[in-house]
Design a protein around this ligand. Sequence first.
Ligand SMILES: Nc1ncnc2c1ncn2[C@@H]1O[C@H](COP(=O)(O)OP(=O)(O)O)[C@@H](O)[C@H]1O
Ligand SMILES: N[C@@H](CCOP(=O)(O)O)C(=O)O
Length: 317
Amino acid sequence: MAVYTHVSAEALSTFLTRYDVGDLVSAKGIAEGVENSNYLVDTTKGRFILTLYEKRVDTGDLPFFFSLLDHLADRGNPVPPAIKDREGVTIQTLEGRSACLIKFLPGISLSHPTPAQALSAGAAMGRMHDALRDFPLERPNSMGVETWQPLFERCGHSLNEIAPGLYDDLGRAVDGVTRRWDADAHDCSVIHADLFPDNVLMLGDEVGGLIDFYFACTDIRVYDLAIMHSAWSFDAKGHGYDAAVGDALVAGYERNFPLSDFERAQFPLLAGGSCLRFALSRAWDWLNTPADALVTRKDPLAYWRRLAHYDPELTTK
Ligand SMILES: Nc1ncnc2c1ncn2[C@@H]1O[C@H](COP(=O)(O)OP(=O)(O)O)[C@@H](O)[C@H]1O
Ligand SMILES: N[C@@H](CCOP(=O)(O)O)C(=O)O
């Protein structure tokens, strides 16, 4: 469920008169997603996404996100830029929220990607990173390595309500990974930082769109591939590593951005970091979201289990 803010047909019709996009035909709330309110909007001239930014996106970051999308779209990447109104404005206000009208991209969000789809998606990430070599803006990672220990401490002993012993186990793993993490030894650039299967729209085996750039930030470039690898190569519960999917992601990526020997050697550590980053954010949400809330809580243990694949020693006592 991701329609937190209701937009009336009257308010939307008036909103659309700012743009050269035709008249409103229909608008439907989109159930997928967790951060923002999204509507699928059809007009007499085409199809668009309307996004209203809820509390988890800092609206001060929106100019960064839309510069990034313009930069990528200008270089032929399948990403959805914001539509400008007749005065060139992209970030508007609607129903008391910051709001943008965004290009609709075709495709289906995947639940179970195949190796052929993983190959295309990895290649799309490599191409995106290549296009970002000359992107001049930066944004700190609000979920970067230095935030993991403080977030772990904020979750505290309540972690044991998720699974007995999780406080000690996670604490040991956070310590083990962060002590070996060395961003200065890597190439850093702007990365997507959340390229899960649900953020890649597929047309058969081809990528129709890369969406949801609201975690995009400056960090270790190959960490982005490690995040993708940990999100794509397991079942939803974090079991059953699928080597064909994992290998295809890396092979696709290397078609457009070859990895160095150092990056290959560091990959398990970076993927282990990704497991901790998502285990921690999910644990925090799990402990702080009422079970009957509109948002479905995501399972933190599905990421804890993935860590065992990348670094078995960190997850055994
Ligand atoms: N530009 C787009 N083109 C087509 N569909 C989109 C687009 N942006 C979002 N969507 C649809 O909306 C859903 C939620 O979008 P997303 O950005 O992932 O939301 P959230 O940030 O709330 O997680 C996606 O799963 C997709 O179905
Ligand atoms: N991908 C993250 C949560 C972020 O949600 P999104 O809908 O904005 O991609 C997770 O699965 O924990």
